[in-house]
Design a protein around this ligand. Structure first.
Ligand code: SD4
Length: 331
């Protein structure tokens, strides 16, 4: 799509929303829905993709999609594999704590109807993606943080537990000796898990869950639970998810940006590359941090891209679950 058309369409959409005039947005919505004829819906079959080489988590979601589960159920069950994996120090129970020794989890979910839920800085609940879904479905709100989210979780039947394991406590105490805080580029090739699912009905949903940056300041929240940054879904277009330096993803509203770029004609791959480009082109410091994106469109096409080499996406389709090495801005 030509740059001028892109700008015109994007700014008209923004104008329409800003003025509360939704006829133009509705027209685009209908147009995009019409692009998908029923016979095209399942052209690809169900697809699950996730950030990093979370093989089991992605295979779990993929198998559930093949069984016919809605995408939201499949991705929440998929990411739960890593939330419950205490060996993974970047997600859920066993995640690295903040610099004061508190493990604080962030997560969000978004479904094919545009509904979303998020929890931030949760200290005692392992399955925070499922909790974000509860916020979405059982409260009048989108986001609950800290103690409020924890109390709501217990009232909703979640079990409160200590998320700091002896291993992560030991690592944190080691870290305290220097207290040297610097971004880590790729942690053992696994990190925040963002997952996107396309189900048998052609609907897309996503989940994103993390313990955030190790040894962050108390109260720090990254991109992962921020709708539009760590995750965004528009079921007429596709979805995107992010991992890496959350501050940089938030500044460019990365996942929303990718979906809007796809709306304006880019493939998932092109959109991920452009979103990384937005960060690196304005930030000379980009050699010091990692950001990686994954995306899927309504046709089941996928893409991924990152700043530093070393990022992989898992992709489940046609019953096969394989890692995909992402292209990178730095070689
Ligand atoms: C955050 N994006 O809290 C997460 C952390 C992450 O690779 O994905 N690190 O900023």
């Amino acid at each position: 799509m030509k740059r001028r058309n892109f700008i015109t369409r994007t700014s008209l959409n923004t104008l329409a929303l800003g003025l509360g005039i939704n006829s133009l947005a509705n027209a685009n919505f209908k147009q995009n829905q019409l692009k998908l004829k029923p016979s095209e819906k399942l052209a690809s079959g169900p697809v699950a993709i996730c950030t990093w080489e979370f093989t089991k988590a992605n295979a779990t979601a993929g198998a559930l999609l093949d069984q016919g589960l809605p995408a939201l159920d499949a991705v929440i069950k998929g990411v739960a594999v890593e939330e419950e994996n205490i060996k993974n120090t970047t997600v859920g129970k066993g995640g690295s704590p903040d610099r004061e020794g508190n493990v604080t989890l962030d997560a969000c979910v978004m479904d094919h109807t545009g509904n979303c839920g998020s929890v931030m800085a949760v200290e005692s609940i392992t399955n925070v993606a499922a909790l974000a879904r509860k916020v979405m479905e059982d409260t009048p709100h989108v986001i609950l943080v800290g103690k409020g989210a924890e109390e709501f979780a217990v009232e909703s039947g979640f079990t409160a537990e200590n998320l700091l394991t002896p291993e992560t406590e030991k690592l944190w105490k080691e870290w305290l000796k220097t207290s040297d805080y610097k971004p880590v580029i790729n942690i053992e090739n696994h990190d925040t898990i963002g997952m996107l699912g396309l189900d048998k009905d052609g609907n897309i949903s996503g989940a994103c869950t993390t313990s955030g940056l190790a040894y962050k300041m108390k109260g720090r929240v990254g991109d992962s639970p921020v709708i539009g940054s760590g995750l965004f879904i528009d079921n007429t277009i596709g979805g995107a998810a992010a991992t890496g330096m959350g501050e940089e993803v938030i500044k460019t509203v990365g996942s929303f940006l990718i979906v809007e770029l796809m709306r304006n004609g880019m493939s998932p791959q092109e959109a991920c590359e452009e979103a990384v480009n937005r960060i690196v082109s304005t930030n000379p410091n980009h050699t010091n941090f990692q950001v990686a994106y994954i995306a899927i469109n309504k046709q089941g096409e996928t893409g991924c891209y990152c700043i530093h080499p070393g990022f992989k996406m898992m992709k489940y389709s046609n019953g096969e679950n394989n890692p995909v090495v992402a292209g990178s801005h730095l070689k």
